[in-house]
Design a protein around this ligand. Structure first.
Ligand code: CMC
Length: 558
């Protein structure tokens, strides 16, 4: 049994750390030895602070309302300013001739009001539906702004560590030095995983995709912590903040270990046990690459680069995987299962896998001379420029700007990768081309992250300029989404924590039914329309004694 299974004694982490310091005085003397080397000491690496979002709500009719809704408390109010006057959307229902005044709050309208009119909002894929109120991260896609709890992403990337940012995301404020020390200590105490879980990971096939291993292991974690399982203990267990905090330590602590085991499995090396005297990201790199060295240390600058990349990927409001996290949380299931579901959503190539696609595209372009013809193909819609464009950002993704700077830092250590020259030139040409300008297409976070991961290889030895023979071995590209998953775990947990404080009823979206009208049951002996079935070919195959032999084409399809 893992020594860290039942040992949480951290009752002082309050739900609102700004009001209740989570630090117990007796723990404040933990050594202040965790210096964070900054890759971004050069002031030019940071963008100037972005303008605050103080746009007043759109002009609206101020009139007596037929329909009044209760004013909802909004976490966004603190930086958006409270709405003194009610605002309304005037809706005329031409079926009945009636006009309704729908209250507008925080740039949203209550969809429930339309239920009174017998209507649902059809929003295929939730493209314009707010399913919760949240105060974790804020995006202004037009201005290219990303903030965590009100702090600019540029400032956090420059000054903070990933664990510090995780604390901010989860508990709402940046920690004091003492809070940070306790936080780091608690998280790092939970890096070890149960030996049975190690055996479980070892049982995967030698070439198992690491994301498959990590999502499975996250869900298996649920079985290792029965006291945290709501199915066994009841949902009330998460009314206890100690219980909540302990799962946060566990998840943050163990995810890099699961990820490292998946990686070592993929390359056929024995798993490393964590080294808790190292920092969070350093320990992750240690577990990835240590062979038998007693004093193995990863390169500090590369560890810092990866730490910043983790900061940039930590949260991004209600993206697909975070929405999955919230959806699962609404069922009351334990956080390990929720994380497994969120990680599974991230696994999809349209979500966590785009950096790999961008990298492959750059490799395929091969050289700067081939860029113009590639751009012509993109404009002719024969290709997509991977790592460009974003559903939310209609200007430069602020994370991509920071990553571009990091890539230079990494190349300074690891040697220049020619893919960066292709990327920079591709960006230059695209940003001056009418096609991309007109459509607001800019580099997104995935444009540079893949190149950096590739260049990092194993950021392992103390002196990265004198690498081992064959060095650097790049991260296999199927490991990229796992790196994303480690970082995003902090955002997922922040949303889990927020939702425990402000529970949402179980998610139950509506559908717009467009299937058949009611019809009479047909006995199986009467059903003749086999050719309309999607299983037609297989069915024909099964029944082939009654049919002419299948053609080669039919056989191939079946
Ligand atoms: N290359 C070429 N044309 C593009 C691209 C692109 N990457 N993205 C959009 N367009 C064009 C698109 O063809 C359309 O043109 P038209 O008006 O002539 O039909 C127009 O721009 C609008 O496209 P859209 O598909 O409506 O835009 P969207 O906001 O729905 O798509 C996107 C967003 C991310 C799916 C898309 O830009 C894309 O596929 N990008 C490449 C894949 C990629 O890099 N994905 C990672 C996104 S960031 C991940 C994260 O934040 O976690």
């Amino acid at each position: 049994m893992s020594p860290s299974l039942f040992d949480c004694t951290f009752p002082y982490m309050q739900r609102r750390p700004s009001q209740n310091t989570p630090i117990e005085a007796g723990l404040a003397d933990i050594g202040d030895n965790l210096q964070i080397p900054s890759l971004f000491d050069d002031a030019s690496a940071a963008s100037p602070p972005a303008a605050t979002d103080a746009t007043p709500p759109a002009a609206a009719t101020n009139t007596n309302s037929e329909t009044k809704t209760k004013r909802m408390a909004s976490p966004a109010e603190s930086h958006r300013g409270s709405l003194k006057e009610p605002h309304f959307l005037e809706v005329t229902d031409h079926r009945t001739g009636k006009t309704h005044m729908v209250p507008v709050e925080e740039d949203t309208i209550d969809a429930g009001i339309f239920a009174q009119l017998g209507l649902s909002i059809y929003d295929n894929g939730y493209l314009n539906t707010a399913v919760c109120r949240s105060s974790i991260s804020y995006i202004d896609g037009d201005k290219g702004i990303l903030r965590y709890r009100g702090y600019e992403i540029e400032d956090l990337a420059k000054h903070s560590s990933f664990l510090e940012v995780s604390y901010l995301l989860i508990f709402g404020d940046l920690p004091t030095r003492e809070q940070l020390q306790v936080w780091e200590t608690r998280v790092m105490r939970h890096t070890f995983i149960h030996e049975n879980l190690v055996e479980y990971l070892k049982s995967f096939r030698y070439d198992a995709h690491p994301m498959g291993m990590v999502t499975s292991a996250l869900s298996a974690m649920s079985t290792f912590h029965p006291e945290a399982n709501t199915a066994l203990q009841g949902e009330h267990i998460y009314e206890d903040e100690t219980m909540v905090n302990k799962q946060i330590f566990r998840c943050l602590g163990k995810v890099p270990t699961l990820a490292a085991c998946a990686y070592r499995h993929r390359i056929g090396r024995p798993y490393n046990t964590p080294s808790n005297e190292l920092g969070y990201t350093e320990n992750f790199l240690y577990m990835l690459d240590r062979l038998s060295e007693n004093n193995y240390l990863p390169n500090a600058k590369l560890a810092r680069a990866l730490d910043v990349i983790f900061i940039l990927h930590a949260d991004h409001e209600l993206n697909c995987s975070t929405a999955a996290m919230r959806q699962m949380t609404s069922t009351g299931v334990d956080p390990f299962i929720c994380l497994s579901g969120a990680a599974a959503a991230l696994y999809g190539p349209s979500h966590g896998g785009a950096n790999e696609a961008a990298l492959k595209m750059l490799e395929e372009i091969g050289s700067v001379e081939n860029i113009p013809s590639f751009i012509e193909d993109v404009k002719a819609k024969k290709r997509r420029l991977m790592g460009f464009g974003h559903r939310v950002y209609k200007s430069y993704d602020p994370r991509a700007k920071i990553l571009k700077n990091i890539s230079e830092e990494v190349f300074a250590i690891m040697g220049r990768n020619n893919l960066i020259d292709i990327a920079v030139e591709l960006e230059r040409i695209a940003l001056s081309d009418e096609y991309f300008i007109k459509r607001n297409l800019y580099p997104n976070v995935d444009f540079y992250s893949g190149i950096i991961y590739k260049a990092m290889g194993f950021p392992v030895c103390l002196d990265a300029k004198k690498p081992f023979p064959g060095f650097p071995t790049p991260f296999p590209t199927d490991f990229f989404p796992v790196l994303f998953c480690i970082a995003r775990t902090s955002g997922w947990l922040a949303h889990w924590h927020e939702q425990l404080q402000n529970p949402i009823p179980i998610f139950r979206p509506k559908q717009a039914y467009e299937g058949p009208e009611p019809r009479k049951y047909v006995d199986i002996s009467q059903r003749t329309e086999l050719e309309k079935s999607p299983l037609d070919l297989q069915a024909k195959y099964l029944l082939r004694k009654n049919l002419p032999p299948m053609t080669d084409e039919e056989l191939a399809k079946s």
